[in-house]
Design a protein around this ligand. Sequence first.
Ligand SMILES: O=C(O)CCC(=O)C(=O)O
Length: 206
Amino acid sequence: MFSELTLFDRATPTVDPAFAALTRVHLDDRSWVDVVPDWLQGADTVAEELTDRLPWRQRRDVPMYDSFVDEPRLSSWWRAADGVGEPLRVLAEIRRLLSDRYRVRFDSIGFNLYRDGEDSVAWHGDRHRRHVVDPVVAIVSVGQARTLRLRPRVAAGPRRSQTWRLGHGHLFVMGGACQHEWEHCVPKSSAGVGPRISITFRHGAR
Ligand SMILES: O=C(O)CCC(=O)C(=O)O
């Protein structure tokens, strides 16, 4: 599936432990995002190995009138509580570095496979905000870049969204009140885009 990706990023996967290229963007006085372009080197290797190794599942949880339809992407999950190591060694390193930096114990990894531009996720805030106050959600993206949008959940005037392009090893971290007061989405793309995997680290897994 990832065979059409660029060949230049097939290096052994590694990340910058110093987060040297990190930029923090304050969405407002309670919510922020951290962005590190190209944080993960060897992103194409990670994309290929995850595609081959993970048990990808089709979730049916998009409400539509009085029934549920397939989510337009495939997913897979890893939980520390299951006692099995991360599917790739670099993910253990990433989990440790993120936990140290953000001072929370990231204990689950959700993997989302957007096969092409038809795959997407609608506007939402992560559900675990219901039992974790101000959760930090970290996303490492591999494969083709896709647009991620953020907009305030409630706004007095027009709700202006902010946009990032995430793929090829980018790290994107949402924190503060972001899951409570902002929502995010990955819209469909008509640009003939190839596959992307978002690797999402969360804490307070249930
Ligand atoms: O794919 C992404 O970058 C976003 C994933 C996401 O929002 C989610 O799974 O809740």
